[in-house]
Each structure stands twice: as structure tokens, then as C-alpha cells.
Design a protein around this ligand. Structure first.
Ligand code: SF4
Length: 505
């Protein structure tokens, strides 16, 4: 038997809410000679549920930059040296994957034997087949699409992607049902998760998920209907609701048809993620409300001027009319997402956000506001630009917080945002910071101290303009359909629209 750990650098409660760990387990369960088990961080944050040393292979599923040091901690607790160069043949092979590493694997490059760039559905089977033939001889993996072997130096890796979602629809659906029945208290409860699309056709300039999720793939609506019918007919207790997953689900050409089927034909409750304002109309909103959704979430992001420059072409009037349609359909609570510290943002933009919020408030429903710092992200057209200073972000957040046009106000901690930016944008030299962080309690005091110590890296990767003709730390990672040249064109258009002039170098 080949013993494989599916490791998630967080507690069981958080980890089991990530579908990816269940998908990986399902994929591994198709091999009779593979024994797979989950390994998580214990509730006290200092232990792990099983030693990783007992496995032949450890696959880390990684979704959040701030979890990077926890990965190292899990290795350290297991008696495994975090640095791949210090490990031997008796140590497990350390494999990592997930969206943040697809975007930029370099900060974790010193620690991984293999980093998977792409979709688990194609990469995990390919990995297992190769492991059965070549074991830990990692040079044998270097020519496979989507396999990055950091110890061999930077080499060009193209993202491997599942061409259609039929396998994953089934997989996700079955997994969610299993999860719902296994008494795991999770966000899924008895909802079946249905992945409606992967990637996003919109290309908002700040959105890493949208760019690295390419190419855009839509699930076949008839396949989804058949899968849901199968289980809905079997036993109502198996699924009493459906959660639709995808970056911009209302952009699916069959979205209304699917909603009509789930809500009107089957009488299921349906939950949908954040919705794109310009893909909504009265009928769609009514269907969503009939499906039991109590709170509608939209992301105006910024002022109308910056919103348009970012690629979200809807106006403040469009937002107000969506709120009115939502109210007419019975919604009395909206959640709104905004970003502050965007390049080219002025006091007038903040003033314009305030005017929009006051206008919406007069409509008389409740709002929850989430105001977060903009963080430059790899593979987006804004990747060359610096993050705003603490002072700018704090002052913007404060102005909006003081407005009190909402019932709830939340914001992403600015220190966490800086750490996230550094781990997102850094090169291999940021690995030292990740290692040092793993030796601390990962509290904010430790991060503050580390950011002071590594201020040069913060200035280099987070707070400076990157020359347009320079190699970026992630330039060797290729996302299908995205050329650096086309990102530059989008950047220059943005800069022109927000009145920032630069000298091209
Ligand atoms: S619509 Fe949403 S998911 Fe799609 S690119 Fe824009 S922000 Fe990203």
C-alpha cells in the first residue's frame, strides 16, 4: 500500500469545509493500492492529528497565504525537515497544490518537492500513476504538464486543467452528500454543492481567481439536473438544498434554467455566492429569493469611476435599481463589498462611495459592509503596482466605518493584508520569512516583528512599482489564455483611466 496523507494546514472544522480535500480523497480512493487519510492541525494549534512521518506521500491542500508557516509547522511537529534540500529518501514526498500556489509557488519553493499547478482532477491521477512507476525520483516528473519541481530551479510550467466539469460535478455532489451525512458540522449541512463553472469570463483587473481560473468552463446543465434528480428522488433527507459554486454563477448561460428547475420543479432551497450586478434582472432575483436566499451579496468595489476602470461596467444607478428589485422580491438585507487603497484612488472616489451608501440607505433596507484593502495579486493586470500605505488604507476605512449606514461593518486586518501581499508577491527569498514565522506562535506581534526584520522584502515586493520589462517571481507559471503582454495593455489602459502617468521601461 502507498500511504498518502491529505494535509490541510488548519483545524478539522476549517479543513472539512474545503471541498478540495474531499475531492483529493475521492480521487485517491479509486486506487486499491493507496491508503489515504486526512491530517489536520489540532484544536490547540500546536499539535497535529497524525504524524506526517508515517506516510509515503503528503499532499498539502493550500488555499490561503497566511497558512504557509502552518505547513512548515506540521512538518516540524512530525520530525520532518521543512527544507526539501535537507530531507532524505526516508522522508515522505512533500507535494503541495492550491490556488495561491498556482499563482505564485516561489515563497513555498524551498519546502515542496513537487508543486501542482492546476486542477486536482487531472493532476492527482497523473501524480499517482507516476509515483507508482518512479516513486520519489522527482526528476521524472518535470516534463509533466502542471508539475513544478522547485529544486530543479525555475522552469516553465503550464497550468493543467480539467477540460470539462462533468467528473467534478459528480465528485463534488457525492462528496457533499457524504459530508452532509457524516455528522460533520460544516457549512454544507444537507446541501449538495454543485460547481456550476470554473474560471470567470469577466476579467476584473484586480481578480486573481478570475485570471488563474482560466480557461472558463461551464458545467453542463443537463448533467447537473440528472445528478440532482437522482438524489432528490431517492430520499429528501439526502439533499434538502443546493449550494451553487462558481466565481460568477449568474454568468452561466443556463443559470435561469437551472434555478427554475431546482426551485420551481424540485422545490429545493438554493444558495448562491456573491452576484455580479450587471448579470441580474428582476426574474433572476425573484428566482434566487424563491430559492430561500435571505441576504443578497454584491460587490460594488469602489466609486463608479474606478469600478469602470477595473472592468466592472455597472453604474451607481444600476446598483440602486438592483437593490430596489431585491426589495420588491422580498430581500431586506444586502451585503456589499468594497476595496480601498486602489491605485489612482482619490478623495473624490471615497466621497462617491459615501454618496452611493447614503443613497442606498434611503431605500430603507439593512446593509452589511465589508471594506478591505486592495492587495496586488500575481497574474492580474495590476500585478506591477504597489500596495497603498497603512495611512491611506486606515484613513479610507475609518471614513467609511464612521458613516454607519449599515448594521455590520467588517474589514480585513491591515497587518494580515501586508503579510498576505508579501507571501503572494514574493520570490523564493521570502521562504526565510515563512520559515521564521513557523517557529513563532503566528500571533500578530510575531508577524509585526518579522515584517520589521524583513522590511527590505516588503519594500521590494509589496511597496514598489515593478518594471514592466522585468521578470516577475511567477513569470515561469503560465496560465492558458493569458499573455503577459495582454496584461500590460490592460494595465496601461487602467493607468490612463485613473490618471496615473508612468514612464515605460
Ligand atoms: S466577476 Fe467576480 S469573479 Fe469574475 S473576474 Fe470579476 S471579481 Fe473576479
Amino acid at each position: 500500500m502507498i500511504k498518502v496523507a491529505i494535509a490541510y494546514p488548519s483545524s478539522i472544522r476549517v479543513a472539512l469545509q474545503s471541498l478540495s480535500v474531499h475531492i483529493i480523497r475521492k480521487l485517491l480512493s479509486e486506487y486499491p493500492n493507496v491508503y489515504a487519510d486526512f491530517v489536520f492541525i489540532g484544536n490547540n494549534g500546536q499539535s497535529i492529528t497524525k504524524s506526517l512521518k508515517d506516510f509515503d506521500v503528503v499532499i498539502f491542500s493550500v488555499h490561503y497565504e497566511l497558512d504557509y508557516p502552518r505547513i512548515l509547522k506540521m512538518m516540524e511537529i512530525s520530525g520532518i525537515n521543512p527544507y526539501s534540500s535537507q530531507r532524505g529518501i526516508n522522508d515522505p514526498l512533500i507535494v503541495m497544490g492550491g490556488p495561491t500556489l498556482i499563482a505564485n509557488p516561489e515563497p513555498m519553493a524551498p519546502f515542496a518537492d513537487i508543486i501542482l499547478i492546476g486542477d486536482a482532477e487531472v493532476l492527482i491521477p497523473k501524480f499517482m500513476e507516476h509515483y507508482m512507476e518512479y516513486g520519489k525520483d522527482i526528476e521524472e516528473y518535470v516534463n509533466l504538464t502542471g508539475f513544478y519541481i522547485p529544486s530543479l530551479g525555475k522552469h516553465i510550467v503550464s497550468k493543467a486543467f480539467a477540460k470539462d466539469l462533468s467528473y467534478s460535478i459528480k465528485l463534488i455532489h457525492d462528496t457533499a452528500i457524504e459530508l452532509g451525512l457524516s455528522n460533520v458540522k460544516s457549512v454544507f449541512s444537507h446541501s449538495a454543492i454543485l460547481e456550476v463553472m470554473r474560471g470567470c469570463p469577466r476579467g476584473c483587473l484586480f481578480c486573481m481567481e478570475g485570471f488563474i481560473g482560466r480557461p472558463v468552463r461551464y458545467a453542463n446543465i443537463n448533467s447537473i439536473k440528472n445528478i440532482v434528480l437522482r438524489d432528490a428522488n431517492k430520499d429528501k433527507k439526502i439533499i434538502n438544498g443546493v449550494s451553487l459554486m462558481g466565481l460568477s454563477v449568474t454568468d452561466h448561460p443556463g443559470f435561469k434554467d437551472l434555478m427554475d428547475f431546482l426551485v420551481n420543479n424540485l422545490g429545493l432551497s438554493v444558495s448562491v455566492p456573491s452576484l455580479r450586478v450587471d448579470s441580474l434582472d428582476e426574474d433572476t432575483i425573484k428566482l434566487i429569493v424563491r430559492g430561500g436566499q435571505k441576504v443578497l451579496t454584491i460587490a460594488p468595489e469602489s466609486s463608479e469611476r474606478l469600478r469602470r476602470a477595473l472592468g466592472k461596467g455597472f453604474s451607481d444607478d444600476d446598483i440602486a435599481s438592483i437593490v430596489i428589485s431585491a426589495m420588491n422580491a422580498g430581500i431586506d438585507h444586502m451585503k456589499l463589498y468594497f476595496m480601498v487603497g486602489l491605485p489612482g484612488e482619490t478623495n473624490d472616489d471615497v466621497e462617491s462611495i459615501i454618496n452611493l451608501l447614503l443613497r442606498l440607505k434611503r431605500l430603507g433596507i439593512k446593509y452589511s459592509l465589508s471594506v478591505n484593502p486592495w492587495i496586488p495579486k500575481p497574474h492580474t493586470p495590476l500585478q506591477w503596482l504597489p500596495m497603498a500605505s497603512d495611512d491611506v488604507i486606515n484613513s479610507r476605512v475609518k471614513v467609511l466605518e464612521d458613516l454607519r449606514t449599515y448594521i455590520e461593518f467588517s474589514t480585513y486586518n491591515i497587518l494580515d493584508a501586508k503579510v498576505q501581499a508579501l507571501l503572494s508577491l514574493g520570490d523564493r527569498d521570502v521562504g526565510d520569512l515563512v520559515f521564521e514565522a513557523s517557529l513563532t506562535g503566528l500571533d500578530r506581534g510575531s508577524w509585526r516583528r518579522l515584517l520589521r526584520k524583513y522590511e527590505n522584502l516588503l519594500n521590494k515586493y509589496v511597496y514598489s512599482w515593478k518594471p514592466l520589462n522585468s521578470e516577475l517571481p511567477w513569470s515561469h507559471i503560465r496560465i492558458p489564455g493569458i499573455e503577459e503582454q495582454s496584461l500590460k495593455v490592460l494595465l496601461l489602459r487602467y493607468l490612463k483611466e485613473v490618471n496615473i502617468s508612468i514612464s515605460i521601461n
